[in-house]
Design a protein around this ligand. Structure first.
Ligand code: UD1
Ligand code: MG
Length: 452
């Protein structure tokens, strides 16, 4: 990619998506926790697009809101009638007329295309092509546009419905993505007619129009797995599977050990350091960062969490948004952490809920400890000082502060602050009655014998 060249990306998101059988528009369905549209936006941004137009269907405030959320600087163009892909691109006429060096066209329902692939299409423009189209070798070409290539030049793309038998035998198919020389784009698109089997204005005809003007067109290729589109929930699951395969390979290539890669699920934004070990059956929701050397034991679920270096999680741990674990912290089995900082080397090893809290370094939280952070209306905070020791099965009723180095006796219900280095015990006092049990048993057996 040449620096200094401007690039307009036009993303077609006007699809009806009826085969999804959903209230939600197709392009807002998610792969790895990010909408299909979000994947397309990320890919063109990675390829250096500095201007962006998303073409949406009429009455789609939800799609417009997603664009505003993910790409606030993008323009939105509405295609009021569905008259074909070239017609859809021309909804962005104003931006096309503004003059850009490169124009990229992407489909919002094709979430696996890499930024590098869009960059390669731009590269073909810099090599002199007026149009560069992305193709793939289709296992089953039915339904796709076919690439007609002669002497290394792309001559035309012929839609399946318009193709004769000989053309249908071609297996090099159009993925739908294209790059156009910004100086030619508008004029090429405006020259496209709709005299074809579907009566549509085909973007693919930009190739034949360019060739007719003696302008060069080239075909680039990508693996079919990268250009697969999503039209129904089965294809959505296939896209998810491909995304996960890719992320697992990337993670391992970057120095993460995945004991059973096919059982670990990533979010689009999961970040893992070197020598992280992830055991089987771990799910990463959005917004997770794991630092070097941390261990995520089996069956853990993490979301919106940050895990410090060499910390260990699980098995069966749940980190919810705002869980922030410092280096060497230990969160064990059946522990839930939400909006809480766990200090360096602190241990929360068994059967515990820590929410809206701050736990100092090297503190030890006993099994079954609960921070009672919610009174049905408001959330309150629990602060536990460095090196404090919370005995098992304690309830800490927030707002409450346990001072550094303090002890809380097991089974306590703590409702007042505990000073540093103090012992707090808040439970029924223990009594012993010598011989009570044998007397009780004797009396009970006598009663039972009498009843017969
Ligand atoms: C298109 C390509 C075909 C390619 C295939 C790959 C054209 C003419 N054909 O065919 O060569 O093999 O994709 O999947 O480009 N859209 C609009 N407005 C419209 C029409 C389409 O926004 O008026 C959007 C759709 O929402 C979709 C994309 O453009 O995201 C492709 O349209 P679709 O109808 O799926 O085209 P295909 O027939 O699949
Ligand atoms: Mg399609």
């Amino acid at each position: 990619m040449q620096p200094g060249r401007s690039c307009l990306a036009i993303i077609l998101a006007a699809g009806e998506g009826t085969r999804m059988k959903s209230r939600r528009p197709k392009v807002l369905h998610e792969v790895a926790g990010r909408s299909l549209l979000g994947h397309a936006l990320a890919a063109v941004a990675e390829a250096g697009a500095d201007s962006l137009v998303v073409v949406i269907g009429p009455d789609r405030p939800d799609v417009a809101a997603e664009v505003a959320r993910l790409a606030p600087h993008a323009a939105i163009a509405v295609q009021t009638e569905r008259k074909g892909t070239a017609h859809a691109v021309l909804a962005a006429r104003e931006s096309l007329a503004a003059g850009h060096d490169d124009v990229l066209v992407a489909f919002a329902d094709t979430p696996l295309v890499r930024g590098g692939t869009f960059a390669a299409l731009r590269g073909a423009l810099h090599g002199g092509a007026a149009v560069a189209a992305l193709g793939f070798e289709a296992a089953d070409p039915t339904g796709y546009g076919r690439f007609v290539v002669r002497d290394g030049q792309l001559q035309a793309i012929v839609e399946h419905k318009d193709a004769d038998e000989a053309t249908r035998a071609i297996t090099l198919c159009n993925a739908g993505l294209m790059a156009l020389d910004g100086r030619e784009a508008l004029s090429l698109l405006e020259a496209i007619g709709n005299a074809n089997a579907q009566g549509e204005f085909y973007l693919t005809d930009a190739v034949a129009v360019a060739r007719g003007r003696g302008l060069p067109a080239v075909a680039l290729t990508a693996p079919e797995s990268e250009v697969q589109g999503v039209n129904d929930r089965i294809q959505l699951a296939a896209a998810e599977a491909e995304f996960q395969r890719r992320r697992r390979r990337e993670a391992m290539a970057e120095g993460v050990t995945l004991v059973a890669p096919e059982t670990v699920f990533f979010s689009h934004d999961t970040r893992l350091g070197r020598d992280v070990l992830v055991e089987p059956h771990v799910v990463f929701g959005p917004g997770v960062t794991v630092a070097d050397g941390a261990v995520i034991h089996a069956f853990s679920h993490l979301e919106g969490a940050s895990v410090g270096a060499s910390a260990t999680i699980g098995p069966y741990a749940r980190l919810r948004p705002g869980a922030d674990l410092a280096g060497g912290a230990k969160v064990g089995n059946f522990v839930e952490i939400k909006a809480a900082k766990i200090g360096e080397g602190a241990k929360v090893n068994h059967l515990t809920y820590i929410g809206d809290a701050e736990i100092g370094a090297a503190a030890n939280i006993g099994a079954g400890t609960i921070t009672c952070n919610y009174d049905g209306f408001f959330k309150s905070k629990t602060v536990i000082g460095e090196g404090a020791f919370i005995g098992s099965n304690s309830a800490l009723v927030a707002p409450v502060t346990i001072g550094a180095g303090a002890y809380v006796g097991s089974g306590s219900v703590i409702t007042r602050d505990v000073p540093a280095d103090a012992l707090a015990v808040a439970r029924g006092r223990q009594i012993e009655r010598e011989g009570w049990a044998s007397a009780f048993r004797a009396a009970a057996m006598a009663r039972k014998a009498k009843k017969g």
